[in-house]
Design a protein around this ligand. Structure first.
Ligand code: DX5
Ligand code: ZN
Length: 220
């Protein structure tokens, strides 16, 4: 099943509660939360108190994307905060299996993310242990960037590996996705689609979400 995971990075944080209610009303299941530390990426976004507030205000799946150095320092905290999916970056740590096991033992879902310049082959050995793999289609750090076309090759290759090995891992893509390129991303094999600016910069969010859902109907 194809899922839309709206990234709140482009939301109006003064109205975050209202915006979350709109997403719920439109039947959105996942909400993508970008956490940045100013070290792993050259930007600082939101952190623990915001995740806590979101958790208290929604039952949507918290699809949290941690762009932070040495994420192993905070895994216990992310679990305690109620993140449902904990995505950490392959490039940010050398404790991959330690993190995977900790998240899985807490009955949360674990995702690993790769930046545009990281080869997809690096992540293949971990796929059997992951609930989700996240392919970045822009350099992480900022919303509103242009989709990197080479990501499509990576997405297709990972999709082939998942299917050939009959893995349960979801394939998420994040960065630069708009109504006019989402079909290419779906055709390449993604099943979780992150959209930030294309939703949150629109006044009428319901209409744009419906347009995405119409496109999704043509894919499994
Ligand atoms: C970038 C973030 C993305 C971002 C996507 O580092 O991981 O989730 O918010 O925003 P758009 O859809 O505007 O590229
Ligand atoms: Zn993200």
């Amino acid at each position: 099943m194809i899922k839309l995971s709206p990234s709140i990075l482009s939301a109006d944080f003064v109205k975050l509660g209202e915006e979350i209610k709109i997403l719920e009303k439109e039947g959105i299941k996942y909400i993508h939360i970008d956490v940045m530390d100013g070290m792993f990426v050259p930007n600082i976004s939101i952190g623990m108190p915001v995740i806590k507030s979101i958790r208290q205000n929604t039952n949507m799946v918290l699809d949290s994307h941690f762009m932070i150095e040495k994420p192993e320092r905070y895994i216990d905290k992310f679990i305690e905060l109620g993140c449902d999916i904990i995505n950490f970056h392959f490039e940010a740590t050398d404790k991959h299996m330690e993190i995977i096991n900790k998240v899985k033992n807490s009955n949360k879902k674990v995702g690993m993310t790769i930046k545009p310049n990281t080869s997809y082959e690096e992540i293949l050995p971990y796929l059997q242990y992951l609930d989700l793999v996240l392919v970045m289609s822009v350099e992480p750090g900022f919303g509103g960037q242009k989709f990197i076309e080479d990501s499509l090759i990576k997405i297709s290759a990972i999709r082939d590996y998942i299917n050939k090995n009959d893995l349960k891992c979801e394939l998420e893509v994040d960065g630069g996705i708009k109504l006019d390129n989402v079909e290419k991303v779906l055709e390449a094999g993604a099943n979780v689609i992150v959209v930030g600016s294309d939703i949150f910069e629109k006044e009428d969010k319901a209409t744009i979400i419906n347009k995405y859902n119409e496109i999704f109907k043509n894919f499994r």
